[in-house]
Design a binder for this molecule. Structure first.
Ligand code: DC
Length: 230
């Protein structure tokens, strides 16, 4: 069974996808993490993301997989916190806008998912990666709410900032909101793989819902689909 979830940053899709995958024993695939892993590798290996040929060789040179906890495995290396730094944030939108990189990522995700029950989430999972998914969901929330969620997430995780001693927590909600709106724009403008609401997706506005309430709704939808023979 394939469950596909799309939505903008901060819509709750990663948290929900992870919870649902855990509950149903499905593999959790966060496609944004793959774009982040490629961005991270480019930075580490000193590759300019604008050099498309080198970027494609970079992707082909490494082996990508997902661990049960949702982290990305590149060759033998588990990547998680490294993928959420300001340096990766600064280039991941551009990296994910490269059509050839999108096509590589889509192939990797489809290959990993082959013959498995998966919950996959991102921006184009319901429209491009798994257009035939058994269940399609689009999670949304207002930019203000999404900024608040990201702010609290960062406070909790205390992701180290670029400058020694500085904490991301010192970034205001307003700055995060501006960043989210900028990324929404970039995501919507992508020539390929732009964030869209699939015609056959179930649309859920999570602005006024707690994560538990969203989870309950999504879980009920999935149980109903499973009970009706998918
Ligand atoms: O969800 P995220 O912030 O980790 O995603 C990182 C970037 O990758 C973000 O700029 C959107 C992009 N992305 C994409 O273009 N297509 C996807 N399926 C998933 C993420």
């Amino acid at each position: 069974m394939k469950v596909a979830i799309d939505g903008p940053a901060g819509s709750g899709k990663s948290t929900i996808a992870r919870m649902i995958a855990e509950r149903l024993g499905f593999l959790y695939i966060n496609s944004g993490s793959l774009y982040r892993a490629i961005s991270f590798l480019a930075l580490r290996e000193g590759i300019d993301w604008r050099d498309i040929d080198k970027m494609i060789s970079l992707v082909k040179k490494h082996h990508f997989d997902y661990l049960a906890d949702g982290s990305v495995l590149v060759d033998e290396e588990r990547l998680e916190e490294e993928l959420r730094t300001p340096e990766v944030d600064a280039i991941v939108s551009q990296v994910s806008a490269i059509p050839q990189i999108r096509s590589e990522v889509n192939s990797i995700i489809r290959k990993i998912s082959e013959g498995k029950d998966v919950v996959s989430e991102g921006r184009d999972i319901t429209t491009v990666v798994f257009p035939d998914a058994d269940v399609k969901l689009y999670l949304d929330a207002s930019p203000n709410i999404r900024a608040e969620r990201r702010y609290h997430e960062r406070l909790e995780k205390q992701v180290p900032a670029k400058n020694e001693g500085e904490r991301v927590a010192s970034i205001s909600i307003e700055e995060i909101r501006k960043n989210i709106e900028m990324r929404d724009k970039l995501d919507a403008q992508k020539p390929i793989g732009a964030l869209k609401i699939a015609e056959d997706a179930i649309y859920l506005d999570t602005s006024d819902l707690t994560i538990e309430q969203v989870y309950d709704k999504v879980y009920k939808i999935l149980r109903a689909r499973i009970a009706h023979g998918r």
